[in-house]
Write a protein that binds this ligand. Structure first.
Ligand code: 4AD
Ligand code: MG
Length: 478
């Protein structure tokens, strides 16, 4: 028996008139003769031509959409349109039947909402095959980018006792019998008796532990799942998402921005180079989708043009203060078109404001720096003006915030003072403060939301469609 060959390799091979064996899932079976077979290695299907006159009727009936088959035959130049080669089958074996009456994926267009309900099968569609191959490439490119520059991949814990962002959005981790947890004398839950001897939660960010690594290894990055119990039912939020968090000793805010911009451009160009077919398919998908929109809501650029534009242009860099000026004087603000009017310095930016800056005003990715300290986390480095911190957020078209980062406060007295002001318990973060006691140095880092990146590169509209099994309020299916 000849060795199985993946369809991607087969479609690239120039050698015809050889016997091959392919295995995959039937997408369609036309005229009792033409099978479109897909094995996930590429967006393209392979055409298998069945000699139906010499094939058992019972076998032909079992070649149905969704069935797993093995086919052996001659690889020949194709006479039909749409493919250069096809396989003239000499034998077909059904590995797994798929009852066409019951199989939920019919060979027709299904809505993304419906496919989300059958996420266990949606990988088998062209759209999701393309998305998850692109996601895979982006993850690989992230590692390659950092590894090429000597960064150390550091695995920070998933279970922690701290809330790095201090936003109180952590999922609790406990081993207690919830109906009857042990209590202290004054009636509080006694976490000393819990599994870890203290209250613990799923991490919201690996940053604090990442900083510890950077204070010895110089440049580290994390890339793992993070969890947030924020009740945000939006197309940009997940309760479980993957984050890439580099942390670099001796980097100031400028270095930090340069690294982040370099990373984004590197991974986007990697996908353009290695996932051309998938991106062209997604490009086309978006064009079709946009046909149903009124002219003024359609994008000015196609997906691929948007990605190339992002590579070929410097991101616009400006301060929060400059951005607020632009927003206050903007037409939508004056005409009261924003849901949250921009009244003055100090307000947090909503995604409608971020998207105005990126999509309408600058028409390119934007890096905003130096935010008011009141709207940012305790660990960000305080600027000399006493009002702002060395923060940087990167805003992308169609997405809003894709990266959040800062230079870190390395001065012990300033850090402790800020923690006091914000009510962050210093005793619990004694280990974090130790790095400011022993060999502290200027350092910086950021967090890139991986799904927001995949959203941007695939042109999809909902973050729930770019992670295999999304977790969001009231949903943990699969
Ligand atoms: O801005 P955030 O909250 O920053 C941090 O967690 C820092 N500790 C990062 C650091 O400096 N090391 O989150 C960083 C990024 C956001 O810009 C966004 O892309 C993504 O993580 N993100 C989410 N993605 C999906 N669902 C959510 N609920 C997200 N919350 C944040
Ligand atoms: Mg943020």
């Amino acid at each position: 028996m000849s060795q199985r060959i993946k369809i991607k390799a087969l479609l690239q091979s120039t050698q015809t008139d050889v016997e091959v064996t392919v295995k995959g899932w039937v997408r369609t079976f036309r005229n009792n003769q033409f099978i479109a077979l897909n094995d996930g290695s590429t967006n393209n299907n392979l055409q298998i031509v069945v000699d139906f006159q010499n094939t058992d009727e019972a076998l032909l009936k079992r070649i149905t959409t969704g069935a797993a088959i093995s086919a052996t035959g001659m690889l020949v130049a194709s006479l039909g349109k749409g493919q250069t080669v096809e396989v003239k089958a000499t034998s077909i074996e059904i590995l797994g039947d798929s009852d066409p009456e019951k199989y939920p994926l019919q060979p027709k267009k299904h809505s993304l909402e419906f496919l989300r309900e059958i996420a266990h099968l949606r990988f088998r569609t062209q759209t999701f095959g393309a998305i998850f191959r692109v996601r895979n490439s982006l993850a690989f490119a992230v590692h390659q980018f950092f590894q090429n520059q000597g960064f150390v991949y550091l695995h920070t814990p998933v279970i922690t006792a701290s809330d790095a962002e201090g936003a109180g959005e952590a999922f609790k981790v406990t081993n207690f019998d919830l109906a009857n947890p042990p209590r202290t004398e004054d009636g509080q839950i006694d976490y000393k008796q819990d599994f870890f001897g203290k209250a613990t939660n799923l991490t919201v960010s690996g940053q604090l532990e990442g900083e510890l690594g950077a204070m010895a290894l110089s440049d580290i990055y994390t890339f793992g799942p993070t969890f947030r119990a924020e009740n945000s039912n939006t197309t940009r939020h997940l309760a479980e998402f993957w984050m890439i968090e580099p942390e670099m000793a001796f980097y100031d805010l400028q270095d930090n921005m340069n690294l982040a911009e370099g990373l984004l451009k590197y991974v986007i160009s990697y996908a353009l180079e290695h996932n051309r077919e998938d991106l062209e398919f997604l490009n086309q998908r978006l064009l079709e989708e946009e046909k149903n929109k009124p002219q003024n809501e359609r994008s000015e650029m196609t997906l691929i043009e948007k990605l190339e534009f992002c590579l070929n242009n410097d991101f616009e860099r400006l301060t929060y203060t400059e951005a607020i000026d632009i927003l206050i004087n903007s037409t939508p603000n004056k005409k009261k078109k924003f849901q949250y009017p921009v009244e003055g310095w100090g307000t947090d930016l909503q995604s409608e404001h971020e998207r105005y800056l990126v999509e309408k005003h600058f028409k390119k990715p934007v890096i905003l720096t130096d935010y008011p300290k009141e709207i940012k986390a305790f660990y960000m480095r305080q600027n000399d003006d006493g009002k702002t911190v060395g923060a940087m957020d990167i805003l992308f078209p169609g997405i809003g915030e894709i990266v959040g980062g800062s230079q870190r406060e390395e001065r012990l007295d300033r850090l402790e003072q800020r923690m006091d002001e914000m009510g962050i318990p210093k005793e619990e973060l004694w280990w974090y403060l130790d790095t400011r006691r022993f060999g502290a140095c200027p350092h910086s880092g950021f967090g890139l939301g991986f799904e927001r990146l995949v959203l941007f590169v695939t042109g999809m509209g909902n973050i729930r469609d770019v992670i295999p099994f999304p977790r969001f309020p009231k949903n943990a299916e699969f």
